[in-house]
Design a protein around this ligand. Structure first.
Ligand SMILES: Nc1ncnc2c1ncn2[C@@H]1O[C@H](COP(=O)(O)OP(=O)(O)OP(=O)(O)O)[C@@H](O)[C@H]1O
Ligand code: SF4
Ligand SMILES: [Mg+2]
Length: 325
């Protein structure tokens, strides 16, 4: 593996068992993130974005039906190590995460500085004073006055709480931070402030992110590369320019056309039909029931592999087979 790769995911799979059957939330996905780079994972609600993050972080619910694949953190396949080694080498210091909707799960009775310091004390055996001083540095990095550390969660605004969560995720100086919808519960101005903060940390300090969002616009602000997820699979991956301008997958195109624009005199298109039931995903290409370009007898029968769409650009659509001859 090339050294600059921080995270490499191969054939990652996470299925859940439910009373209705097995939910194929993450169904064999591949991607990599290099040092200093941001990969955005975008897709509709229920496409498997959070499940991907939880699978990487090994935070699994009790109803897991299948969990497998390879997750390389630098030169270590972290799927193969035991829980103790995972805690030491990966959690907090290696890969950290800002969880979706976690803003309201800050502990109401513990001061902010102690919550930010906690990962250092618990996982890295820091003394309390040192850990709190690091916590103050982390609060400064995210644009908060360290004096806020003496406060409790209910004394903070939503934007401040989200900054605290980001401070918690970076306090141990991890190699990569997974951000799962870090701004979705915030008003647009606060959202813009948080996005600016993330950009500043990336540009000035070289942070590496896996940025999960349903919002293609937000993804384009922070990402170097984008992976589009549909029904537990990545259907298109490439640089922002590849995915947004030289778009190959019909789903990506329809997703882009569905984004409302304020200034252009263009109505957003909507994608007909509904995302598939992951207990019984469609045969062949899982997008075929909604795709205007479906080739009957092919798309509804055979699952398209990831096909070449250009250097570093791949999409799983049979139309590409024709293009490449
Ligand atoms: N513990 C679970 N048990 C059963 N099904 C689950 C569980 N967690 C998630 N799912 C299902 O797995 C699929 C993927 O869910 P996931 O939360 O990963 O999607 P998502 O892309 O993050 O969606 P959102 O944009 O709404 O956050 C969905 O169909 C969801 O209902
Ligand atoms: S493989 Fe067929 S159904 Fe699937 S996206 Fe491509 S054209 Fe549409
Ligand atoms: Mg999610």
């Amino acid at each position: 593996m090339v050294n600059s790769k921080v995270l490499e995911v191969r054939n990652l799979l996470l299925h859940y068992s439910t009373v209705r059957g097995v939910v194929k939330a993450v169904d064999g996905i591949n991607f990599e993130v290099s040092k200093g780079e941001t990969l955005a994972i975008v897709g509709e609600s229920g496409s498997g974005k959070s499940s991907t993050a939880l699978a990487i972080m090994r935070i699994l619910p009790r109803n897991v039906a299948a969990y497998g694949g390879e997750v390389w953190f630098k030169d270590l396949d972290i799927m193969k190590i035991d829980e103790e080694e995972f805690r030491r080498k990966v959690r907090v210091e290696g890969i950290s995460m800002v969880f979706q909707g976690a803003m309201n799960s800050l502990n109401p009775v513990i001061r902010i500085e102690d919550q930010v310091a906690e990962p250092l004390i618990v996982n890295m055996k820091f003394k309390r004073d040192e850990a709190v001083s690091e916590a103050h540095e982390a609060l400064k990095l995210v644009g908060l006055d360290p004096a806020i550390g003496r406060r409790y969660a209910h004394e903070l605004s939503g934007g401040m709480k989200q900054r605290v969560l980001i401070a918690m995720s970076l306090v141990a100086k991890p190699s990569i931070i997974i951000l799962d919808e870090p701004t979705s519960a915030l008003d647009v101005i606060t959202q813009a402030n948080i996005m600016n903060l993330l950009k500043r940390l990336k540009e000035e300090l070289g942070f590496t992110y896996l940025f999960i969002t349903h919002d293609l616009g937000l993804a384009s602000e922070l990402a170097d590369r984008v992976a589009v997820m549909y029904a537990g699979k990545i259907v298109e991956i490439g640089s922002c320019e590849d995915v947004y301008i030289h778009t190959k997958h019909p789903y990506t195109k329809m997703l882009l056309d569905s984004v409302p624009t304020l200034r252009e005199d263009k109505h957003p298109a909507f994608i007909p039909g509904a995302p598939p039931d992951l207990v019984k995903p469609p045969t062949g290409c899982s997008f075929h029931p909604r795709c205007p370009f479906i080739v009957r007898g092919k798309c509804d029968v055979e699952t398209p592999p990831m096909l070449y769409a250009g250097e570093g650009h791949n999409a799983s659509c049979w139309l590409l087979e024709k293009e490449s001859g």
